[in-house]
Design a binder for this molecule. Structure first.
Ligand SMILES: *[C@@H]1O[C@H](CO)[C@@H](O)[C@H](O)[C@H]1NC(C)=O
Ligand SMILES: *[C@@H]1O[C@H](CO)[C@@H](O)[C@H](O)[C@H]1NC(C)=O
Ligand SMILES: *[C@@H]1O[C@H](CO)[C@@H](O)[C@H](O)[C@H]1NC(C)=O
Ligand SMILES: *[C@@H]1O[C@H](CO)[C@@H](O)[C@H](O)[C@H]1NC(C)=O
Length: 447
């Protein structure tokens, strides 16, 4: 009895000291005895659960440090029309709740527990660019460790606004920003940090994204500027996500067929100009190209003018131009074989200059056909008009035309020769234009 007073006094003193020093961490130590035998006693956590409406700090002047990281697990959609990037993230947050701590040695070495997130205070970190409500599933849990760290992982489908430039489609790269910031807490109350280094985030994400989809993750960079709204300053972490399109689908489905069609169009110049096949052949190609464009339209981005559209328009116009050229040459040949007009002297001298040795102009592709007197015999398509010319002009053969000392047959020959020369010249022009435009497009794509 006598020894009871001092020990009771010591107990009272101890209690008083404990009440006076609420900042000491052991004040909030959770009595975890029996966790390993009877499971967790919910009563010991009840005080913490009851505090979940308030930021868990002992001194409100101290900001809560929330460390974040994420793993980009998929790039679901890149919508150039709405300028939206839809991605899937595993988002991780770590912060400290100073009211939670226990001694694992007294609890059968239990050092972490899961707690449903409804019972915990959660940092309100959101993505500034997000254009969709947060669709986090209900009833997730978080890990709580014995020293008060709370580790919260959640899956997030993020539809974020991103300035997309599809000019270089399908060889385009995009650089989208994901800015993590608190919705409410200013820098006095919340600070953001990195849970992992940014290269670790990039490496893990690249490994996961690599296996799937149209887009390839190039890298992730970060910047940490503070955001000021009015007089308040918010902490934020910006991640720049650089992605690149895998172009093989588009190369196979868009570029290869279109290149085939345009090269066939170029080769169709080798069909003899006199044959009646060339124009129908080119019309068929043009039709085929139009069908191709219609079918491939849905593979192209719905908005903007990518370079590839310019390329397609260029191919289409080249095909139209080559068809027009064929019509022009057919007209020239027809004119030459039915009623050749007098040849202007300058044209005659030009023709003479070009066919003489030491030519200044391109050699006609069908030089061997342009010998005198060929039309009516060598050209099945033009046989009738040729014969007509022969008959009509036969009677007046001796008559000299235009005072140039040429018979009408010779004149017709000259015109045919001129047509072939024009054909060759225009073909070369076409080739030069085709080559230069393709080179331009390729150079633009490579920059
Ligand atoms: C912890 O709780 C157990 C019963 O659950 C009790 O026997 C023990 O004395 C408590 N320990 C402390 C330090 O309060
Ligand atoms: C709370 O923190 C601030 C800043 O660290 C400090 O000045 C202040 O004394 C603290 N208050 C108490 C009661 O410890
Ligand atoms: C957050 O990161 C900082 C710096 O890396 C570190 O000092 C702090 O302990 C971390 N906080 C938590 C809760 O992990
Ligand atoms: C993305 O854009 C930001 C700024 O707009 C820049 O700092 C970053 O280097 C860019 N990333 C890549 C990979 O181009």
């Amino acid at each position: 009895m006598e020894g009871g007073w001092p020990s009771g006094g010591a107990f009272l003193l101890c209690l008083t000291v404990n009440l006076l020093l609420p900042g000491r961490s052991n004040t909030f130590t959770i009595n975890c005895s029996g966790f390993d035998r009877h499971g967790v006693d919910p009563a010991v956590f009840q005080t913490i659960f009851n505090q979940k409406d308030f930021r868990p700090v002992i001194n409100y002047s101290i900001p809560t440090q929330v460390n974040i990281s994420f793993t980009l697990s998929a790039i679901l959609d890149v919508d150039a029309q709405l300028q939206l990037l839809t991605s899937f993230l595993w988002f991780k947050m770590i912060w400290t709740n100073p009211f939670i701590s226990w001694d694992p040695e007294k609890c059968g070495a239990i050092s972490k527990l899961t707690v449903t997130t409804e019972n915990l205070w959660l940092p309100d970190i959101f993505i500034v660019e997000s254009m969709d409500v947060d669709q986090t599933p209900e009833g997730l849990s978080a890990y709580v460790t014995n020293d008060g760290h709370i580790v919260y992982n959640k899956p997030m489908r993020v539809t974020s606004i991103c300035s997309l430039d599809i000019f270089y489609f399908p060889f385009d790269q995009q650089n989208c920003t994901l800015t993590f910031s608190s919705f409410l807490y200013t820098v006095e109350n919340m600070l953001l940090g990195m849970e992992k280094e940014v290269w670790e985030i990039a490496d893990t994400s690249r490994d996961i994204v690599r296996t799937q989809g149209e887009w390839e993750l190039l890298g992730i960079n970060k910047a940490t500027p503070k955001m000021s709204v009015g007089s308040s300053l918010f902490d934020q972490i910006m991640f720049y996500v650089a992605i690149r399109r895998r172009p093989s689908l588009y190369v196979i489905n868009l570029l290869v067929p279109s290149s085939f069609l345009i090269s066939i169009d170029a080769l169709s110049f080798y069909l003899p100009a006199e044959s009646e096949n060339r124009a129908p052949f080119k019309i068929t190609l043009l039709l085929g190209y139009n069908v191709f464009l219609l079918m491939m339209n849905k593979l192209l981005p719905a908005s903007g003018t990518p370079l590839i559209s310019v390329y397609f328009a260029l191919c289409l116009s080249l095909m139209v131009v080559s068809l027009l050229e064929t019509i022009f040459i057919t007209y020239l040949l027809h004119m030459a074989t039915t009623q050749p007009p007098p040849m202007p002297p300058w044209l005659y001298s030009l023709l003479f200059l070009c066919t003489s040795p030491g030519k200044c102009c391109p050699v006609a592709l069908w030089n061997e056909n342009t010998g005198p007197g060929l039309m009516s015999t060598h050209l099945p398509g033009l046989k009738e008009p040729g014969q007509l010319v022969g008959k009509e002009l036969g009677s007046r053969e001796a008559e000299l035309i235009g005072g140039s000392g040429l018979t009408s047959t010779q004149l017709a020959d000259l015109w045919v020769q001129f047509s072939h020369m024009m054909d060759t010249f225009l073909f070369r022009l076409y080739l030069i234009f085709l080559a230069s435009s393709i080179i331009t497009v390729i150079v633009l794509w490579n920059t």
